[in-house]
Write a protein that binds this ligand. Structure first.
Ligand code: ATP
Ligand code: MG
Ligand code: FE
Length: 335
């Protein structure tokens, strides 16, 4: 079975074709980072306009890469939400038009389910499973007892980890998106600033990053006022150490409590070297298999949407032509 995936929830316009939910036959991503860089973040109107310009091109490119014609496809899967409304609409409308023109079933996919299923393109998923979704807009621990079953056991109460990374990077005058720059700088520090660890209540799997972000901003502000020199790498390392320690600690505790067979990470911040190293090391000690997709599958792409859509397709889930973009879409299981 071949599923065409389409993703336009934020600032990448992407199309991909996946075979049997596990094998990438084409994967095209048009990134808009250059257009948003000078604004220090994603500008929704600019994102929508780029999606409109790129969407047909990336879909045609995916078919070309796969050396396939639309008649060989079995379904079209598209990110239905969450995301920027004007951005989502471009993908949803393109998917509807494509599905209608070629008489294919249409499947609306939750973006975070996509991030999780990116893993299935590289290794088999073993249940029960714990997924750490850590991206620009989400920081969640999700328990899955089987395919398509999602139980959110912890989530951020304020900023997402990626959001905190990007804001801290901005105060250090690093380019957008800041995550990779902080990651790189952090590894060059020999004297990390001791920022607080925010654990919240003892038994919760929720996260909070806004306090840490404020601590960094205050530190920068005070240093400037006193005319002290700030070494950006020490701030970057101090911030990253705090994020890594708390995220690793909570993920480990959840994996043990829920007695999972496998732990997977997903989302743009899962590309973080400090976090990867820490999680890999700790799960090795515990003896629980732990996986992170390769970098291009961690950040936004359409192969992950096609991968999730393939499982939904096999489960008989279909959307109809009334489908709309859902900016605040909640995650629900595929019953
Ligand atoms: P969501 O998936 O929640 O809707 P998104 O799709 O915008 O959000 P992703 O594309 O998955 O998020 O990830 C982008 C985020 O990942 C940015 O905040 C970026 O700074 C961060 N990021 C990318 N690489 C790294 C890294 N090496 N270290 C830390 N953060 C990183
Ligand atoms: Mg993105
Ligand atoms: Fe994403």
């Amino acid at each position: 079975r071949y599923v065409l995936g389409i993703e336009t929830s934020c600032d990448e316009t992407a199309a991909s074709i996946v075979k049997n939910g596990t094998e990438i036959v084409a994967n095209v991503v048009a990134s808009q980072i250059e257009s948003h860089k000078r604004f220090g973040g994603v500008v929704p109107e600019i994102a929508s306009r780029h999606h409109v310009e790129q969407i047909t091109i990336v879909i045609e490119e995916a078919l070309k890469q796969a050396e396939m014609v639309p008649e060989q496809l079995h379904a079209v899967a598209v990110t239905e939400g969450p995301g920027l409304v004007g951005a989502l609409l471009v993908g949803v409308n393109a998917a509807k038009a494509f599905a209608f023109a070629h008489q294919l079933p249409l499947i609306g996919v939750h973006h975070i389910a996509g991030h999780i299923y990116a893993n299935r393109l590289e290794q088999e998923m073993q249940f029960p499973l714990l997924a750490l979704v850590i991206s620009g807009g989400h920081t969640e621990l999700i328990y899955m007892k089987e395919h398509g079953s999602f139980e959110v056991i912890g989530e951020t109460r304020d900023d997402a980890a990626g959001e905190a990374y990007d804001k801290v990077a901005r105060t250090l005058n690093l380019p957008y998106p800041g995550g990779p720059h902080i990651d790189r700088l952090a590894h060059t520090s020999s004297n990390p600033v001791p920022f607080p660890r925010v654990w919240l209540e003892e038994d919760t799997y929720d996260f909070s990053f806004s306090g840490l972000k404020s601590a960094v901003l205050n530190y920068m502000h005070n240093a400037t006022q006193r005319g002290e020199e700030v070494l950006p790498e020490d701030v970057a390392a101090g911030f990253q150490n705090s994020v890594v320690e708390v995220v690793t600690g909570k993920t480990l505790r959840a994996a043990e409590e829920y007695k999972v067979q496998q732990v997977i990470a997903a989302g743009g911040v899962a590309a973080n070297k400090g976090l990867r190293n820490s999680l890999e090391k700790e799960f090795k000690k515990l003896g629980i298999p732990f996986y992170i997709p390769s970098l291009p599958l961690c950040t936004d792409n359409a192969a992950m949407i096609a991968a999730a859509g393939s499982v939904m397709f096999e489960k008989g889930i279909r959307s109809n032509m009334a489908m709309n973009g859902r900016p605040g879409m909640e995650m629900s299981s595929w019953i």
